[in-house]
Design a binder for this molecule. Structure first.
Ligand code: PHE
Length: 346
């Protein structure tokens, strides 16, 4: 290795680097080239290792050449990087342009859940008859959910409500909104016209018509001289407002421990209108709620004298009302939160 050879090698390296830079398609290629030539194991570094073998007096000369070469290569790399970087920025800006004249996307509006929509409609209709909305607790004790409603601990009617218990002894998730009757009677003086909407819970096997969570709307009217006829007239008005004027209705005998007499309230089949079809199981009727005259025992538990006051109560499932109104066939849709389903309601 002599001085002339080293100088030639360095000049050749500059030439080669220049050619490679010209051919580099993008800044990433320039980056790679920089490492290849100037890096710790780069070609310039390797060439300069030869300096050690030169006589001492020649070394400063070579050092000067080497510094010039390094400077030249650095300059070329920098220039090419700037050139390619500008082109890359330019094309990126072109690709990412925002067209400010594009029309905006519509904002999706929320809608009421069908259970809520049905409850609002129920409250609106009974509101016209002077019924006021109250709330009562979702966690109840056994007394309010059962005993004060004339359902003693070992009463067989408990089988009607498969209960979910909480880990506070004697407490449970209410199986119906009827305990609200007791709360209202103990808080409000007659005349009472109360509506109690709320979530209820039952230990059920889930299928198209049973869920473990659902809403109920309870109605309670208490006054002097309230009759079953008043209940019938009110429910007729409700059915006509909810399902259409002129729809036929009927009372059937029913059974609830907290009402006497108890009834089931039916409306003519909304699908076939009477003759019978699969939707009404060929009966021509659809049951929309349970009701009855408040049992004297329940009035007494509510702190009212049954010799003076009479009342009626009714309880309905807004999901069932909604299913009848909108011809929905599966209760599970109400809990699955599928926006394609939910978005169809107001
Ligand atoms: N609580 C009853 C049920 O859960 C419904 C009902 C309410 C019946 C009020 C009569 C009176 O099925």
């Amino acid at each position: 290795m002599d001085l002339a050879q080293l100088t030639r090698d360095l000049e050749a390296l500059v030439e080669e680097t220049r050619a490679a830079l010209a051919a580099a398609p993008d800044t990433a290629a320039v980056e790679a080239l920089e490492v290849e030539v100037l890096g710790k194991k780069g070609r310039l570094t390797i060439v300069l290792r030869g300096i050690g073998q030169l006589p001492a007096e020649e070394r400063p000369l070579v050092g000067a050449v080497a510094n010039r070469v390094r400077g030249a290569i650095e300059g070329e790399i920098g220039a090419r990087r700037t050139e390619l970087g500008a082109a890359e920025l330019e094309s990126r800006l072109r690709a990412e342009t925002t067209d400010v004249t594009t029309p905006g996307r519509p904002i999706r509006r929320g809608s009421l859940h069908p259970s809520i929509e049905a409850m609002a409609e129920i409250a609106r209709i009974f509101g016209q008859f002077g019924f006021v909305v109250y709330e009562s607790p979702e966690i109840e004790d056994d007394e309010h959910n059962f005993q004060m409603l004339n359902i003693p601990p070992d009463h067989p009617a408990r089988d009607l409500w498969d209960t979910l218990y909480v880990d506070v002894p004697g407490h449970l998730l209410r199986t119906h909104t009827s305990p609200g009757q007791i709360h209202v009677m103990r808080t409000v003086k007659p005349p009472i016209r109360a509506l109690l909407p709320g979530r209820c819970f039952r230990y059920e096997a889930i299928d198209a018509s049973h869920g473990t969570e659902f809403f109920q709307v309870e109605g309670l009217m208490v006054d002097e001289g309230t009759t079953l006829g008043d209940l019938r007239g009110l429910l007729d008005e409700f059915a006509h407002a909810m399902f259409g004027a002129g729809k036929k209705t009927r009372f059937r005998p029913g059974y609830y421990p907290f009402t006497e007499p108890s009834v089931a309230f039916d409306v003519e089949c909304l699908v076939c209108g009477g003759p019978g079809c699969p939707a009404c199981k060929r009966t021509g009727w659809m049951t929309i709620l349970g009701a009855g005259m408040v049992h004297p025992v329940v009035l007494r538990h509510g702190g009212l004298d049954p010799e003076r006051y009479q009342g009626f109560a009714f309880g309905m499932g807004p999901e069932r009302i909604s299913m009848l109104r909108h011809r929905i066939h599966d209760l599970r849709l109400f809990l699955e939160n599928d926006l394609r389903f939910l978005g169809q309601f107001r």
